[in-house]
Design a protein around this ligand. Structure first.
Ligand code: GDP
Ligand code: MG
Length: 316
């Protein structure tokens, strides 16, 4: 395992704070409004809290769990002060997320090259996330190969090539409308030959039908594993955090169809819906590994639950 995000905790916290800022503001403000003029946490306060968690896209299932936990606290302590509510919500959300046994450690094998297959629907930020990741790896002296296996969409190959140029990574491509599995195979082969540390493979987010997409991903995986047994070592599903419930639907579809090992949730900079990260962390047994907080190369963070929840509630 190597730690490629060499930023200090403080730096990463700063970027994180810029990320879900709108969420932070609205959750914090609304919580304030809900408790205004009330000394103790009562039914009405809990109703407001429930509403605002749902409006932040935490999702119904996870919201209900959080509210139930707080109700239990209120039942124990009838005169729970509203000023303690924010801290309590943070505590309960953290406790809930900590119950997930998922480890958030990248590079859990010493495989070389380490092959990452990146999947997700169109426009969620796959190629951008690959570019950001490649930049980070490159900065730590890792040798990177990118595979342009999104051969379906017009600008996809060019976009990855531009990222490759920008970060100094080799891009393996066979052009548009070529067989994505063959591109993936060649990328892994090139990775082995060049003794690369990491091979990252981009894929299409849309084919003619959803079934096609899942079948194609299956074929890509099988082909990769023929080239390098045990690969891909990571299947990274990218979700657009600003799409709220859609992100849940996509997480479900992809985790059902393929063995997703990690999640990247993007676009948390421009959304009031950062709660989606909490809901998804709670409901899927797949760790959130990265969050995207902007379009720049440095706008990718290793996900830190504690910092994220604190930031979301305005306690960072
Ligand atoms: P793909 O179709 O999944 O490969 O998505 P792209 O990587 O092409 O990204 C689609 C758009 O989302 C581009 O305009 C990106 O710049 C933008 N994007 C990606 N990640 C983020 C992010 O974290 N924040 C913001 N604001 N935009 C992002
Ligand atoms: Mg793309």
């Amino acid at each position: 395992m190597f730690n490629f995000f060499s930023q200090s905790v403080k730096d990463s916290q700063e970027v994180l704070d810029k990320g879900p800022a709108k969420t932070k503001q609205s959750l914090w403000k609304q919580l304030g409004k809900a408790v205004a003029g009330k000394a103790y946490v009562d039914e009405a306060v809990l109703d407001s809290l429930e509403e605002l968690l749902i409006s932040a896209d935490v999702g119904l299932e996870t919201t209900v769990k959080i509210i139930e936990r707080i109700e239990q606290r209120v039942a124990r302590d009838k005169y729970l002060n509203t000023s303690e509510l924010n801290g309590l919500v943070q505590e309960e959300i953290m406790a809930l997320l900590e119950e997930q046994e998922t480890s958030n450690t990248a590079f859990s094998t010493s495989a070389s090259p380490y092959v990452i297959l990146v999947v997700g629907v169109n426009g969620v930020g796959k190629t951008t996330t690959i570019g950001k990741l490649a930049a980070h790896y490159q900065q730590t002296g890792k040798r990177i190969i990118l595979g342009a296996a999104d051969t379906f969409r017009a600008a996809a190959v060019t976009q990855l090539q531009q990222w490759g140029q920008r970060v100094g990574a080799t891009v393996v491509s066979k052009g548009m409308h070529t067989d994505p599995a063959a591109v993936a195979y060649d990328a892994v082969k090139a990775g082995i030959q060049a003794q690369a540390d990491v091979v990252i493979i981009d894929t299409a987010g849309r084919l003619h039908t959803k079934v096609n997409l899942m079948q194609e991903l299956y074929k890509i995986r099988r082909t990769i594993s023929k080239c390098l047994p045990g690969a891909p070592h990571e299947v990274l599903l990218v979700l657009d955090g600003s799409t709220g419930q859609n992100a849940f639907v996509q997480a479900k579809a992809f985790t059902n169809a393929t063995n997703v090992t990690a999640l990247a949730i993007t676009k948390l900079d421009g959304t009031a819906k950062g709660g989606v990260v909490i809901g998804i962390s709670d409901q899927f047994q797949v760790p959130v590994r990265y969050i995207g907080v902007g379009e720049r190369v440095e706008d990718l963070q290793v996900f830190d639950r504690q910092a994220f929840v604190a930031s979301l509630l305005g306690n960072a």
